[in-house]
Design a binder for this molecule. Structure first.
Ligand code: SAH
Ligand code: SF4
Ligand code: F3S
Length: 437
């Protein structure tokens, strides 16, 4: 066996922005331990899958992926990282022939170099899935590639235990990063030419470090000279700080956009989900938000078909969506997750057909509302931050976003990445705006 130092690593990332951020941390850890990185799976000696387990048959998908990689090149070493690490550790211990070479959980990335070294010297499978109450990786500068947008995890883990959700089990307890340390990272990002940061946490409202809360942190980040746009995701409706709205209103570099997961609109279902707010409380919160910041964009996440949800209860969700007029929404079918309280206590009893029909109805409603909202912007001028010098469809177009997080497509002229330009909105679909400079 050779040493790790000659090895090239390819990382494939699944799941949410937190995982994308973690991949950037992992890259830094690997680089400072003399590993090489590659964007090509076939060139790689080691493939790491940074996994997600929030929905669907994620296990099977990753198992298939593992077999596919081994099939393509027998001597590729495969590591499973991220939120499925604990699951796979059990699989590995029960089935030694399963072709995973090492496993590292979300709090174990600093041990990756030594795990791989042990693997290379002993030839034995290695794992570390210990969850930490302290690890925040605040001493590691992520290896970022974007150049315009940067994500910063301000906290890790979750203590909310929504009954459907696996995250508190995969990522462990809440812990927050030192705000000074976050501010230093933002200052460095500005020096490196970044224009926008998004602060990440499972529930950013729970951010707390000594006497500092989330609103304090937002003020400190907003005070950093040169940072043009600040976003955050996600807050939880149960404890959204109203004082933050005043800060958002007075600070031009905090974007007028909030992603506020509703999950369901019915009180009984919300209670069973352990969300600790009700329909009316959510509606009151939204109306407070809109009163303080009238032109704010609000997006959300919804789960349909939570155990025992009836058609009438589902219509409460429909009602809230119609009432709030979200700018966009991610709508999911309930997916039973092993070990969660819902999986232990409530049989997954809403039929697949009912779940499908509920998703379709909410998507139809949202599509109509999104189109209407986007069309209302035709004829207005929006400040657009240029994020890409080509679109998926064309190299003659560039793409950017408005303050409210809407995608705008512009004809390519001589725009530069990271520029903010006033654009006239000329056309709209439900997903994008078209404009001219
Ligand atoms: N911490 C974030 C959510 C992270 S998971 C928050 O609370 O806002 C992202 C979304 O996945 C959730 O908002 C929820 O809508 C969805 N989700 C989580 N668990 C799910 C499950 N078991 N089935 C279906 N959707 C789920
Ligand atoms: Fe999951 Fe709820 Fe925590 Fe979000 S707040 S990560 S939905 S347990
Ligand atoms: Fe994110 Fe999926 Fe883990 S949504 S927190 S990568 S379970």
């Amino acid at each position: 066996m050779t040493t790790a130092q000659a090895k090239k690593v390819f990382i494939e990332t699944y799941g949410c922005q937190m995982n994308v951020y973690d991949t950037e941390l992992i890259k830094s850890i690997l680089i400072s331990n003399q590993f090489g990185l590659t964007n090509s799976e076939t060139e790689a000696d080691i493939v790491m899958l940074n996994t997600c387990s929030v929905r669907d048959n994620a296990n099977r998908k990753i198992q298939n992926r593992v077999h596919e990689i081994k099939h393509a090149k027998k001597d590729t070493l495969i590591g499973v990282l991220g939120c499925m690490a604990t699951n796979f550790k059990t699989d590995l211990l029960e089935n030694k022939s399963f072709p995973i070479d090492f496993i590292a959980g979300p709090d174990s990335y600093k041990t990756l170099p030594s795990l791989i070294n042990s693997l290379l010297t002993t030839g034995n499978q290695q794992y570390d899935v210990t969850l930490s109450e302290f690890e925040t990786y605040s001493d590691i500068q992520p290896t970022r590639q974007d150049g315009v947008n940067a994500w910063i995890a301000i906290m890790r883990g979750c203590n909310n235990f929504c009954t459907f959700c696996v995250v508190p089990y995969t990522r462990g307890r809440e812990r927050s990063r030192n705000p000074q340390n976050i501010v230093e990272e933002v200052k460095q990002l500005v020096k490196d030419g970044y224009k926008q940061v998004t602060l990440l946490g499972q529930n950013v409202n729970s951010y707390r470090y000594e006497q500092y809360d989330f609103t304090d942190l937002m003020k400190m980040v907003s005070d950093v000279e040169g940072i043009e746009r600040i976003r955050y995701t996600s807050p939880h409706p149960k404890d959204y700080p109203i004082k933050l709205l005043e800060v958002m209103k007075e600070r031009h570099n905090i974007c007028n956009q909030i992603h506020m997961p509703l999950q369901a609109g019915n009180d009984r279902v919300l209670h069973k989900m352990n969300r600790t707010y009700g329909k009316q409380e959510f509606l009151d919160l939204v109306s407070q938000i809109k009163t303080i910041i009238p032109n704010i964009a609000i997006s959300t996440d919804i789960i349909v078909g939570f155990p025992t949800e009836t058609e009438t209860e589902f219509l409460d969700t429909y009602d809230v969506m119609e009432n709030v007029q979200f700018d966009s929404a991610f709508i999911f079918k309930y997916s039973e997750r092993p070990n969660t309280r819902a999986a232990q206590k409530f049989p997954d009893d809403v039929s697949e057909d009912d779940k499908k029909s509920r998703v379709i109805r909410l998507n139809d409603l949202q599509n109509t509302m999104s189109l209407k909202k986007n069309q209302a912007l035709i004829g207005t001028t929006q400040a657009v931050l240029i994020e890409a010098l080509a679109t998926k469809k064309s190299s003659n177009e560039v793409q950017g976003r408005t303050d409210c997080n809407r995608i705008v497509i512009l004809p390519k002229q001589n725009q530069e990445l990271g520029q903010t330009l006033p654009c006239l909105i000329t056309d709209a679909t439900r997903n994008v705006l078209k404009g001219s400079v």
